[in-house]
Design a protein around this ligand. Structure first.
Ligand SMILES: Nc1ncnc2c1ncn2[C@@H]1O[C@H](COP(=O)(O)OP(=O)(O)OP(=O)(O)O)[C@@H](O)[C@H]1O
Ligand SMILES: [Mg+2]
Length: 476
């Protein structure tokens, strides 16, 4: 099934004719190609779209804001006059802007829906998150310009497109509200010609023609019925009617000639990202050590497994799970030797209780000489900052070796996988009841962010930076 073709009408300058253009273009397109599904909605709060297209007084609950809350766009459509489908406007878009969490959100939502034909999006005169989302999704951005300042504002639109790896040619400028009575001497005889020359000079593409300023057109939005009338029905004798007809033909030809649509690109990108992250996840699962890194008992492959910790080394090549009891014993035996059983219990409780705001442990091995090492244990907060630490010196072979249970050095040796690394780090975090969840895309990204943070801290420490995170680390 083909994807919808998105036309976004945008300009940072207010009152340049965006909404008039969006609404009329929808109707003219229907007039030109009756079978073409045309959908319209506006991220502005003027309700012009509703006043022009609403068939009955019945108010629906659907509105454009729901495009960002997981609704299928098709479920938000209302049948409008002139054969145009529209999504009702919303008065509260600004308040709900936090729903727009990602510039790709709108494109993804529409690409997953069965919306067909042409979708026209009217935007507000600010480059807010809604406008960004509409620009990101657009096959074509129509920019009405009425004077030199509105032309200068195009730069922000072009920058946005370039920033998102799109071509500036997605933009098509259209001189609007042109007062044809104003004439100049010289090569450019009116403001349309002048604007067009400026635009081309700055590397923009323009539609052929322009939209003139017409008192008749202006009057279509103010009349006793409270409705807003389109040019096609109430302004047929104006030059704007001919200009809109000419413009619509260009827009329609563009639509017919377009290659893979923007939403197809977005959908493919989405598919590839998913495929890629699934492959990476599978690889992470495949690389996991099959058994508990301490007691060597097998780790259940799936399902619920309470009391597990996940461990990975700094290269990401060694990873696995440790049972909670194993880890706590390993840490207690090495870092708190000589505790009596009551102290031991109390400390265990304390460590377990502390994992809420100190969810990460870092074990760090540094060589002192060829057989002596310093091993440090750090508690890290949710952002990977060291908040407390303790270190011991160990000799090869390790001190507290119990039968069948690897000591700290063995754990490091296993992680080094035969390589004689002098410096090693093992990051450990308590996992939830489904250990493999930790390896899923977003969770793993968080994990990597923490590891990166630790590397940055380490570099600062080596450089002797006084702001280094190790400053202020107190004894565990
Ligand atoms: N061709 C035209 N001739 C005369 N008046 C026009 C024409 N097109 C639009 N107008 C009028 O200009 C005003 C601004 O138009 P419109 O609301 O379409 O601009 P806009 O860019 O959407 O504004 P905003 O940025 O506030 O959303 C309206 O009063 C409208 O009726
Ligand atoms: Mg508007």
């Amino acid at each position: 099934m083909s994807q919808a073709y998105i036309i976004t009408i945008a300009s940072e300058k207010g009152g340049v004719g965006k909404t008039t253009l969006a609404t009329n273009l929808a109707i003219y397109l229907k007039g030109l190609a009756e079978d073409l599904p045309v959908t319209l909605f506006s991220f502005d709060n003027h309700f012009t779209v509703d006043q022009m297209f609403r068939l009955s007084k019945t108010v629906t609950d659907q509105h454009v804001g729901q495009l960002f809350t997981g609704s299928d766009p098709v479920d938000l459509l209302s049948d409008g006059q002139y054969g145009v489908n529209y999504i009702p406007s919303s008065r509260n878009l600004l308040e709900h802007q936090q729903q727009v969490t990602n510039v790709k959100q709108l494109a993804k939502t529409i690409s997953r829906s069965s919306l067909q034909g042409v979708v026209i999006i009217d935007t507000s005169p600010t480059l807010d998150l809604y406008t960004h989302a509409a620009l990101y999704a657009a096959d074509r951005v129509i920019v009405p310009i009425k004077d030199a300042p509105s032309l200068e504002n195009c730069r922000n639109l072009a920058d946005f497109l370039i920033q998102h790896k799109r071509s500036k040619t997605v933009l098509r400028l259209l001189p609007c509200l042109i007062d044809t009575r104003i004439r100049f001497d010289g090569p450019f005889r009116n403001s349309y010609q002048l604007l067009k020359a400026y635009a081309i000079n700055r590397g923009y593409r323009c539609f052929e023609g322009f939209i003139a300023k017409s008192p008749k057109v202006e009057s279509l939005s103010t009349n006793p019925s409270g409705k807003i009338y389109p040019v096609i029905t109430h302004g047929r004798h104006t030059e704007v009617h001919l200009q809109l007809t000419h413009l619509t033909r260009q827009v329609y030809l563009d639509y017919l000639a377009h290659g893979p649509s923007r939403l197809t690109e977005v959908a493919n990108e989405l598919f590839n990202q998913k495929k890629d992250s699934l492959q990476k996840y599978n690889l992470r699962v495949k690389n996991l050590q099959p058994n508990c890194l301490c007691c060597d008992l097998p780790v259940p492959e799936t399902g619920i497994w309470p009391g597990a910790y996940f461990l990975e080394n700094e290269t990401g090549q060694f990873s696995g799970f440790i049972e909670e009891n194993c880890l706590l014993e390993l840490l207690l035996a090495n870092f708190y030797p000589g505790l009596n059983s009551k102290e031991h219990q109390d400390l265990l409780q304390e460590i377990l209780a502390g994992t809420v705001d100190r969810p990460f442990y870092l074990l760090q091995k540094t060589a002192i000489n060829h057989e002596q090492f310093k091993i440090a244990l750090f508690h890290l907060d949710q952002r990977g900052r060291k908040i407390s630490g303790r270190s011991i010196k160990v000799k090869e072979p390790g001190r507290f070796q119990k039968k069948g249970q690897p000591n700290l050095l063995q754990l490091f040796n296993n992680a080094a996988n035969g390589q004689t690394d002098q410096f090693q780090q093992l990051l450990i975090r308590q996992s939830n009841k489904q250990p493999l969840e930790l390896l899923k895309y977003h969770n793993y990204l968080e994990w990597q962010t923490i590891f990166n943070r630790i590397q940055i801290d380490l570099t600062l420490e080596e450089d002797g930076d006084s702001t280094s995170a190790s400053v202020g680390v107190h004894q565990l």
